[in-house]
Design a protein around this ligand. Structure first.
Ligand SMILES: [Zn+2]
Length: 406
């Protein structure tokens, strides 16, 4: 058979999906909203046009299944997500789902019978922009989150996931099993584009730790309180912010740390801030360094409060360990990338993806293609058509090898 996807067909499906939920320059298909429903209908319509059986599970994940000759083997699954952040681009998520669709269209067109089945997946609420946690669909699917907890999650208006699944007609009860999982995704970072490379062979996802912290000192008059008598919580938090950066540089090996939120209390211009709420986000790919880094972050938060004579309150809210994908799957992606003569690098993902949870239940790997300027989660998110097609071709070749059992 022809071992290349139809690039025009893939691109036109991507552009058509990119019109669903369009608001001005951006796309808004927040999980389970009306536009997300419309995107699901478009996708499942395409699956049915190809004669696939559409299954929807209890958290609304969609699986389009093309049976293989050996029905006893769970299918090779290709997928990603169709929900977006608000004011999103066209490629994040949709590229992985619609490349899977393109592969199925090609298999049908060429009348190929595979040994294992091939399935295309669209996971529910990957982004976590409306309901938390993010990657909800793949967490439930892989048993990392129970469905009752996921159903009970509510948005800012108090509407629950279960209500919305019911309303849009995607509260399913179908079962599904995955044999292998592959996800093509835009990089959402600047590495491939800046290095002029065509493909990222993704070997894992970096670990991520989050804390909510608060420093408590004493609010006081900004004019009458001498500097040496102050217990300024904002000053301590600002000090912490700088020290965290130094610590991450010292730790190196790609460590990144971010204080993304900082709220002084009482937040008045002529009052010494008696309180400061802050968040810390720390990420690292190497397992040992991830653990060391976490300890250092906590130590720094404690030392800084002591140096400034403050009380503190600290809670760790996320501890997602680094994930390493199956060696054989990563090697398969690398081999197929080479076979196509594409330039590439082996890299890890800085962002979370459904693949990190799928890797708990079956051999998994990811393929990245360049994001122009590294932009993502914004209307300026762009990936060249040629890069999308390259990624889909790598994906196709991996699927052919895995599904035929060669
Ligand atoms: Zn995504």
């Amino acid at each position: 058979m022809k071992q290349l996807v139809d690039g025009d067909r893939l691109w036109s499906s991507l552009m058509e999906m990119g019109q669903v939920g369009r608001e001005g320059d951006g796309v808004n298909r927040l999980a389970l909203n009306d536009a997300n429903k419309q995107g699901r209908e478009l996708f499942t319509g395409w699956l049915r046009d190809e004669g696939l059986e559409v299954r929807v599970d209890r958290i609304g994940n969609i699986f389009g299944v093309r049976e293989g000759a050996d029905q006893g083997e769970p299918p090779v699954v290709v997928g990603s997500h169709l929900d977006t952040v608000s004011e999103a681009g066209v490629f994040d998520g949709a590229l992985g789902v619609l490349s899977g669709l393109e592969i199925v269209r090609l298999l049908n067109q060429e009348d190929v019978e595979t040994r294992r089945g091939v399935a295309v997946a669209a996971f529910t609420n990957e982004e976590g922009a409306r309901f938390q946690p993010d990657m909800m669909g793949s967490m439930v699917f892989t048993g990392q989150l129970d469905v009752e907890t996921a159903w009970a999650a509510s948005d800012d208006d108090g509407v629950t996931v279960k209500d919305e699944l019911q309303r849009i007609g995607y509260l399913g009860k179908d079962e599904f099993n995955a044999g292998h999982y592959l996800e093509l995704h835009v990089e959402q970072g600047p590495v491939l584009h800046s290095e002029g490379l065509e493909v990222g062979v993704v070997e894992g996802v970096q670990g991520m730790a989050w804390w909510d912290g608060e420093y408590k000192g004493e609010a006081n008059h900004a004019g009458t309180t001498p500097l040496h008598l102050r217990r300024d919580a904002l000053l301590a938090a600002a000090d912490l912010c700088c020290r965290l950066r130094e610590k991450a540089e010292e730790l190196g090996h790609g460590s990144v740390v971010t204080m993304g939120r900082l709220h002084p209390k009482p937040d008045i211009r002529n009052v010494v801030p008696g309180g400061a709420f802050f968040t810390v986000d720390f990420r690292q790919y190497e397992r040992a360094l991830y653990e060391v880094g976490q300890k250092q972050v906590v130590k720094l938060i404690e030392e800084t409060s002591e140096r400034h004579g403050l009380e503190r309150h600290l809670v760790q809210t996320v501890d997602a360990k680094p994930v390493r994908f199956d060696r054989g799957m990563v090697e398969l992606v690398e081999r197929k990338t080479k076979e196509l003569g594409l330039s590439y690098k082996v890299m890890h993902s800085g962002a979370g993806h459904d693949a990190q949870f799928m890797s708990h239940v079956c051999p998994t790997a990811m393929i990245f293609v360049p994001s122009i300027g590294g932009r993502s989660h914004c209307p300026e998110e762009r990936t060249l058509k040629a890069d999308c097609v390259n990624g889909a071709n790598v994906l196709l070749r991996c699927v052919l090898e895995l599904s035929s059992g060669v």
